[in-house]
Design a protein around this ligand. Sequence first.
Ligand SMILES: Nc1nc2c(c(=O)[nH]1)N[C@H]1C(S)=C(S)[C@@H](COP(=O)(O)OP(=O)(O)OC[C@H]3O[C@@H](n4cnc5c(=O)[nH]c(N)nc54)[C@H](O)[C@@H]3O)O[C@H]1N2
Ligand SMILES: Nc1nc2c(c(=O)[nH]1)N[C@H]1C(S)=C(S)[C@@H](COP(=O)(O)OP(=O)(O)OC[C@H]3O[C@@H](n4cnc5c(=O)[nH]c(N)nc54)[C@H](O)[C@@H]3O)O[C@H]1N2
Ligand SMILES: [Mo]
Length: 762
Amino acid sequence: MTTRRRIVPDHNLKGIRRYDAPAGGWGALRATAKAIRTQMDAGDAARLLLRTNKPTGFDCPGCAWPDKEHTSTFQFCENGAKAVTWEATRKRVGPDFFAAHTVSELLGWSDHALEDAGRLTHPLAYDHESDTYREIGWDDAFARIGAVLRALPDPDMVEFYTSGRASNEAAFLYQLFAREYGTNNFPDCSNMCHEATSVGLPQSIGFGKGTVSLDDFDHCDLIIAMGHNPGTNHPRMMGTLHEVARRGVPIIVFNPMRERALERFADPQNAVEMATRGATPIASTYLKVRVGGDAAALSGIMKALLELDAEAGPDAGILDRAFIAAHTNGFEDLAADLRATPWERIEAASGLSRADLATVAGHYARAKSTIVTYGMGITQHATGTQNVRQIANLLLLRGNFGRPGAGICPLRGHSNVQGDRTVGITEKPGEAMLERIAQRFGFTPPRAHGHDAVAAMEAMLRGDSRALIALGGNLAIAMPDTEACAAAMRRLDLAVHVATKLNRSHLLIGRESIILPCLGRTEEDIQESGPQVITVEDSMSMVHASAGKLAPASPLLRSEPAIVAGIAMATLPDSTVPWREMVADYSLIREAIEAVFPEFADFNARIAVPGGFRLPIPPAERVWRTASGRAEFMPPAGAGAAQAPLLLTTIRSHDQYNTTIYGMDDRYRGVFGRRDVVFMNRADMARLGIEHGGRIDVAHAEDGAHRLAGFTAIEYDIAEGSVAAYYPEANVLMPLAWHDRQSGTPTYKSVPVTVAPLAAGE
Ligand SMILES: Nc1nc2c(c(=O)[nH]1)N[C@H]1C(S)=C(S)[C@@H](COP(=O)(O)OP(=O)(O)OC[C@H]3O[C@@H](n4cnc5c(=O)[nH]c(N)nc54)[C@H](O)[C@@H]3O)O[C@H]1N2
Ligand SMILES: Nc1nc2c(c(=O)[nH]1)N[C@H]1C(S)=C(S)[C@@H](COP(=O)(O)OP(=O)(O)OC[C@H]3O[C@@H](n4cnc5c(=O)[nH]c(N)nc54)[C@H](O)[C@@H]3O)O[C@H]1N2
Ligand SMILES: [Mo]
């Protein structure tokens, strides 16, 4: 509640203005040109962008959306161009830079400024006396890391973090090293991202990944798009959605915020749209669900579907009874639960009307084949796993698996986050994989389950975990509770960061901190046997090769596989793994992957084909690898439970890649040159006495200790009861303990908050 003091509002509307153009179009071309201009020389950039996502080129590190036969017209993808030019920048940070700036000074820089300083060029070790990072030789760095790791009494005192850029080859070597060292502590960016998918879908359909392929989008009759913002985060998906929309297929969007790219999009390749400044509407229906209200909305659609079925009778085919009988368990429990859930609860929790949800059910009942696409708006909740299972429930009711044009499509995050999992980055390893590792490499991997990201950070904070090795990423800033994470980092005996660019996690120093600079996707990787390719797996389980072509940012850079092997050899002198040989020739790493994961049979031969190959997707064949051998409906227990009056969600701007801030604009949402804003609904603002442009204090509603003060409230077309702010600035608001109990996913997208106006000068 607000107090009754007189507020003298302190307005700050600088950089807040309407942006009316469609997503894509000329705005995207201008932004692409700017990304190139600020990071690269134009000629180099043109050559580079033409090679992105081509059969002979490299995989775009921007997103995990697949390409048709790898013939993508990538050069028109604005955010792909930002990802690529950011890595291929001409700027460098070497020993001179670090001599000139102490770590204490750099901590005062913005996340944007830190990474924008340029590519890391030398291995570095922190020197306490001068408070600076200093150059160190590779062998010295490896020896120091090995010494600390060997001295620890228990391998479970080390955390092996992976960010999803790492290639299959690097990730496989990394998990091999950690397991030979003796731990399954694999905190992973996936724990903050699609873990709810990896945990929920196996329960429902016996498989933790998406079931559709790109071709299915040519055959679907309906798309339901929930909680993702493809115009920014999966820009190549816009080409697909544009085609589907032009085919007249309804696209029903569930999103608390108006997102321009989901409303209308001008394809930069469509000459007519460009010349006429026209655009194609994307969403046929846009439902502004309340933040955290998706499970209730899905319950509503299913409840309405059952009502339609009851009216029309069993022969009308509204439910796919034959499929339900032959392939599933638990339908009756689900139906009973839905019948017992009152509409008022569904409406209150979802913020949507019964009529709207019934309309969706009508579309769904008529569509022969439906695809549900979803992103972080579904997974990053305390009920993330349940939300994912609710989507599976909906699809199962009409047999939308194992048919052309139907299935579930989680939009993965990092370009190889899915592949890293496939090749063994998991804190809960299966016995079959461990057995095959033991057979192939002759050591006994540990069986005890390890830490995920939240558990790892908690163990570091307690002081139980003493070392962190980070294969990429920016763990302390990506995680909830920025302050607790900083404290956790500072307690470590050793932090090792394998990275391309400097970020804030590198500046949170414990006893020893080492930065190891690595090659990026765009760069040529030459080892003893010659130029190497790496492989990645996209959102649709396609595995293909990627080969960088640019000269490395510095001659001192090493590849991620080489760095992992270097640390391994220095740590495990009696290792039974042929590290040197595998780094000399990555095809040997792929042979080892094939030996441990049989679905990679003929790995080296199959990546020689442009476009690569698809890993098996059992539900696409109606094979359910659950304990019962059937797909399992799950009653949506608790969906529609009362929600806190204001739930804050966190979002990415159009100018960022996770914690990497390319620039300060968020064009489609009309925010320019700043990120210190909180998006609010007009009615909530009126109720709380907050004005458009007024400064506010946001606090966690149940633990007032986590707060964010001095940000500016701006009125936005967002569902009532919902508030949004940018990640990672808003991560200070979230206690570490707030996560989905089933998957460990932090509740980045449903933080109960109070918001109060600040008086001028406060
Ligand atoms: N350019 C660029 N590309 C990226 C990334 C990036 O940061 N920049 N990040 C990569 C990574 S790691 C990931 S995981 C993906 C992320 O891709 P997305 O999942 O698209 O990412 P977000 O921006 O987190 O949120 C997506 C949308 O969810 C909506 N939303 C928020 N809360 C809710 C809710 O409760 N319900 C519903 N239905 N919607 C909600 C927001 O309004 C927003 O439109 O993108 C990947 N690609
Ligand atoms: N509040 C809130 N928090 C969130 C989210 C949210 O939606 N809201 N999203 C979560 C999600 S989905 C994710 S995936 C995590 C992301 O968490 P992370 O994956 O840990 O973070 P990134 O920001 O992607 O990491 C950026 C750093 O990666 C390094 N890097 C870039 N390219 C390479 C490379 O090729 N090799 C190596 N070794 N390093 C490289 C650079 O040094 C760069 O600074 O954040 C999570 N945090
Ligand atoms: Mo992610």
